[in-house]
Design a protein around this ligand. Structure first.
Ligand code: ADP
Ligand code: MG
Ligand code: MG
Ligand code: MG
Ligand code: MG
Length: 654
């Protein structure tokens, strides 16, 4: 989760006197950086993924599985390996970072991927190699899984067991602060400062999946008053940041050629985030109960919510507070490219001082609004030794606010300490997938879609309020089949802001309408005017100079996305729910007992390692790639006849 810094963390009350100072200097840092890099050009796309993993430990004799609180030791060993490699001038295939849970680690490729389509061939291999590196340092009964552990916060969910201590920072009744990564005090400080700022315990209520024998109403009774008060019937009550941030996700960062393209791509990918959230749904179980949602989004957002009751509108405003409509972890509130302005229909809370300073220093209105909007949040991770900073050589005060605005997209300026890295955007909404094949597929889909957008100069913008609504729908159970999403029903070229205004004036809304479409229609086409995102990518590939072997691999990835969208195969969330509901020990009461979790995680581990194949989740077995076969297969391959691109655009040429 963002900024890695060491020092003496300040508590919330210690931070308060420095808030204005940090914001002011954070804005100065941004202005300096922007002026330095606003004309920066990078030759090509670079990109990379981030995968968060859970380490689990099996107790085969008792048919139990727990999360293994060993990420510290594992990271130390991985770092040793990285230093060795550096010493011996050997290439590092992966980089590792701590994550919130003491049972989590985050892995990225050793170096970002480049722009050639052949790079796609490396992605899955790198993910496999990454996993193997960790496997080498795990004990025999441990496993590395790219999943969200279904029993987070259930009794005794860790190995070794850790107790909930009186007076622990979180005040949770389920999750011991000792299950948080202690290697880095920043996580505890962050959580504790969120809690102190908001002035009450963190909690969220996740709708429970009502099965045949689920109690109605479903209501748990807790030993303390506050939990009973905070929990609501027919919901699973959770009360620690670990229930959200202790879950795993998949992120992709793209470096763009310049700041203009970064702003544009940030906007264009924003309406895609809910689509990916629904397509990647993999979180149907919370605290060992089946939920009526398939994704972690709202839960994590609640558990990072640092707003005070008056900021939420639940009490009269005080202390020059203003009403803040969204949580710190939530969907993006505004587009940032000038051509997108007319789609910004959510009133934005701005930090006025920051806004004025940005404008005074030549930052345009659209970017200034975005930065001043993220600066309505207070800093939560401040280090005593690092208060004084040279605004020309450090970005830390900016980063402390930027990296704790956890949105579906993030606009990342070039890091001051790494001159080789340019302007970037991060796609943050995808849920983690079980296998490297799937994670590679989701990443490749996104990277190809981004190339299509840039190359064809298309626009998928819809009013930003509709993106917010789509994110809500995307989390519902089986959203991929049951929900409809606001989306443009026709491919349209991206217009400048003047052209946009002109079109609206003429009553010609760009020749498209915003429809409510299913994921299947969005991904595979609606059989009418909308060609579908994957057929569009396939068309792009038809025109690209790409070797047959890479194309074959890409097609497997695109097939997976298409089959998930059409319902031919399941999302992981659906698969997990089915697994539970067909387990002989399941009582149809929503509770996912130890043995079920054990059997499920064991099966998941076998699938991850390629020892088992489940067609309902992955489709046909990923083929062994042999050059001759590939060629034949590519020749024989039956693809639906596509509209030629110009046709799809209704004769528009560009
Ligand atoms: P954060 O946690 O702040 O999102 P990470 O360092 O964990 O950042 O991940 C950054 C990701 O960005 C990695 O996947 C990396 O490969 C990718 N990336 C994209 N472009 C670049 C670039 N130019 N240089 C380095 N990394 C890049
Ligand atoms: Mg992370
Ligand atoms: Mg991070
Ligand atoms: Mg990261
Ligand atoms: Mg990230």
């Amino acid at each position: 989760m963002g900024l890695l810094t060491l020092g003496t963390p300040l508590t919330w009350s210690e931070t308060i006197p420095y808030i204005d100072y940090i914001k002011e200097h954070g804005i100065d840092q941004f202005i300096n950086l922007y002026c330095r890099y606003k004309n920066r050009e990078d030759a090509q796309l670079k990109w990379g993924d981030e995968i968060e993993y859970s380490i689990v430990k099996f107790d085969h004799a008792n048919k139990k599985v727990r999360v293994s609180l060993h990420s510290d030791e594992i990271l130390t060993q991985l770092d040793k390996q990285i230093s060795e490699n550096k010493k011996n001038h050997k290439e590092n295939l992966s980089l590792w970072a701590p994550e919130f849970g003491g049972y989590m680690i985050e892995g990225t490729p050793g170096a970002p991927y480049g722009s050639s389509l052949e790079c796609i061939d490396v992605v899955e291999k790198n993910m496999i190699a990454r996993r193997n590196e960790v496997r080498k340092v795990l004990s025999n009964d441990e496993a590395l899984l790219s999943i969200t552990f279904p029993s987070i916060g259930a009794p005794d969910f860790t190995s070794p067991p850790v107790k909930i201590k009186a007076g622990q920072a979180s005040e949770s009744i389920f999750f011991s602060d000792d299950a948080v990564n202690y290697h880095n005090k920043r996580y505890i400080t962050l959580m504790s400062n969120v809690l102190q700022r908001r002035g009450e315990r963190l909690y969220s209520n996740v709708p429970i999946f009502k099965d045949k024998n689920t109690l109605s109403p479903f209501k748990e009774h807790f030993s303390d008053e506050e939990s009973n008060k905070n929990s609501i019937p027919d919901h699973i009550y959770v009360d620690h940041m670990g229930f959200g941030v202790g879950m795993c996700c998949l992120q992709v960062t793209f470096q763009t050629v310049n700041v203009n393209e970064a702003r544009w791509l940030y906007d264009q990918l924003t309406p895609i985030t809910p689509i990916m959230l629904a397509l990647s749904a993999s979180t149907p179980i919370f605290r060992s109960y089946l939920a009526d949602v398939d994704s972690r989004w709202d839960v994590i957002a609640d558990l990072c919510d640092d707003r005070t009751p008056d900021e939420k509108g639940e009490a009269p405003l005080k202390d020059n507070h203003v009403i803040i409509n969204k949580r710190r972890y939530d969907s993006t509130d505004c587009y940032i490219h000038p051509s997108s302005a007319e789609f910004n229909d959510i009133p934005l809370e701005l930090d006025k001082k920051s806004y004025e300073k940005l404008i005074k220093n030549g930052i345009d209105e659209h970017l200034a609004r975005h930065i001043a909007h993220i600066f309505i949040r207070d800093p939560l991770q401040v280090y005593r030794e690092r208060l004084e900073q040279d605004v020309t050589t450090s970005m830390e005060h900016f980063e402390t606010i930027q990296s704790s605005n956890w949105c579906n997209m993030r606009f990342k300026p070039p890091p001051i300490e790494s001159p080789e890295i340019g302007w970037r955007v991060e796609f943050r909404a995808t849920e983690i997938q079980l296998t490297d094949f799937e994670n590679a597929a989701y990443c490749c889909f996104l990277v190809l879609l981004s190339r299509v957008l840039v190359s064809y100069n298309l626009s998928f913008l819809i009013p930003i309020s509709q993106v917010t609504e789509n994110i809500k729908r995307a989390q519902k159970r089986d959203a991929v089949h049951n929900q409809k999403f606001y989306f443009r029903n026709k491919l349209t070229k991206c217009l400048s802001s003047d052209e946009n205004v002109q079109q609206v004036k003429n009553g010609n809304c760009h020749g498209y309408e915003i429809d409510e479409m299913s994921i299947n229609e969005i991904i595979n086409g609606d059989g009418k005017e909308f060609v579908g995102l994957v057929p569009l990518i396939r068309q792009f590939l038809d025109g690209a100079n790409i070797d047959v072997e890479s194309l074959f691999k890409i097609n497997r990835y695109l097939d997976l996305i298409q089959d998930r969208a059409s319902g031919k195969i399941f999302t992981l969330a659906h698969w997990m729910r089915d697994f539970v509901r067909s387990h002989p020990e399941y009582q149809y009461d929503s509770h996912v007992g130890d043995t079920i979790v054990y059997d499920m995680i064991k099966t998941m581990n076998e699938i991850t390692q390629g020892k088992k194949h489940d067609e309902s989740l992955l489709g046909k077995a990923p083929p062994v790639v042999k050059p001759k076969e590939v060629e034949n297969a590519a020749k024989k391959e039956q693809r639906p006849k596509l509209l030629c691109y110009e046709d799809a655009l209704n004769g528009q040429k560009f």
